[in-house]
Design a protein around this ligand. Structure first.
Ligand code: NAD
Length: 300
């Protein structure tokens, strides 16, 4: 294995365990987070903390960002590139809008540096276990250079195409997920009204044409799938606020590109209402409670 010097920016829920896995695999990681408490927690987890962003960047072969939104990623790339040596690879693993992802690639390319957009799925459990799925956009050369690091932090790595296609894959997948969860939850709510038991609907739909991940792996009612968040009072899992973020990104991309996504638009409005009612911290499968309890609040 080539031992890389890695500057890692953003040591939050996802970044800290991802950086820890790189340290465990023998890489020389210099971590930085804007928030002191996050730096302290990462330091306790065995990550070397840089005193400043510039110190983290010093001598870096690879820069990884795991930040909240596109505006942070673009600013981080702009600030980093003047301090990087030729051949450095910049990798953004955050979930951001496609336009910002492309802008970040442009910043790197203008400075003659390699870059990848590489958002993940698998959540904090996948980040800790090193089993994330990486969806990667960028050149073949950049992908070949980043791949060994993705294989440490993840279980599955898909090169989706050129700049921005990793983010495109992420938001398309999560739009399917948001729409399908609302559909599955609606079916259970209708079944309840019709006197059809949860078990009976599950037994039929899980082996019929209604089968999908939202039903068979993440069932929104307790019982049929014991590991789903519904059995744990809808503790996340994948929080409603994060689902709403991804649905918003999908609708932004749909508007920018001229794609018709009426179901995605509807799912965004439904999750926005649920989040606005104070449920952003609950698992996104808790949308079934919203559908049951306040049907007139659902945008029509
Ligand atoms: P988080 O808020 O826990 O962590 C983000 C960290 O970035 C924070 O600690 C913040 O202080 C830090 N930060 C912000 N600007 C910075 C800067 N300029 N320099 C250094 N640090 C900075 O968020 P998270 O849950 O770790 O998610 C990170 C990204 O991963 C987001 O884009 C999110 O959408 C995506 N994501 C999250 C999950 C999940 O389950 N949490 C799953 C998949 C993807």
């Amino acid at each position: 294995m080539t031992r890389n010097r890695i500057a890692f920016f953003g040591l939050g829920h996802m970044g800290r365990p991802m950086a820890s896995n790189l340290v465990r695999a023998g890489h020389d990681v210099a971590g930085y987070d804007l928030v002191e408490a996050m730096r302290d927690a990462a330091g306790k987890a065995g990550i070397a903390i840089a005193a400043s962003p510039l110190e983290a960047l010093s001598g870096a072969d690879v820069v990884i960002t795991m930040l909240p939104a596109g505006v942070h990623v673009v600013a981080a790339f702009e600030a980093a590139v003047p301090h990087l040596k030729p051949g450095t690879l910049l990798v953004d693993c955050s979930t951001v809008d496609v336009a910002s992802a492309r802008r970040a690639h442009e910043i790197a390319a203008t400075a003659g540096l390699l870059s990848l957009d590489a958002p993940v799925s698998g959540g904090t459990k996948g980040a800790e276990a090193g089993t994330l799925t990486f969806m990667v956009g960028g050149s073949e050369t950049a992908f070949a250079s980043g791949r060994p690091l993705f294989e440490i932090m993840g279980g599955r790595v898909v090169h989706c195409g050129e700049a921005g296609t990793g983010q495109a894959a992420k938001i398309c997948n999560n739009m399917i997920l948001g729409v399908s969860m609302v559909g599955v939850a609606e079916a259970f709510v209708l079944a309840e009204k019709l006197g059809l038991s949860h078990e009976a609907l599950f037994d039929v739909a899980s082996t019929s044409s209604g089968q999908c991940w939202s039903l068979t792996s993440y069932c929104p009612v307790p019982g049929p799938v014991p590991a789903s968040p519904a059995n744990n009072d809808y503790r996340p899992g994948f929080a409603t606020a994060l689902m709403l973020k991804d649905l918003r990104l999908s609708q932004e991309a749909a508007r920018d590109s001229g794609a018709a996504t009426p179901m995605g638009q509807r799912a965004e409005a439904i999750y926005a209402a649920f989040d606005g009612a104070g449920h952003g911290g609950e698992d996104f499968s808790a949308i079934i409670r919203h559908l049951r309890a306040a049907p007139l609040d659902i945008p029509r």
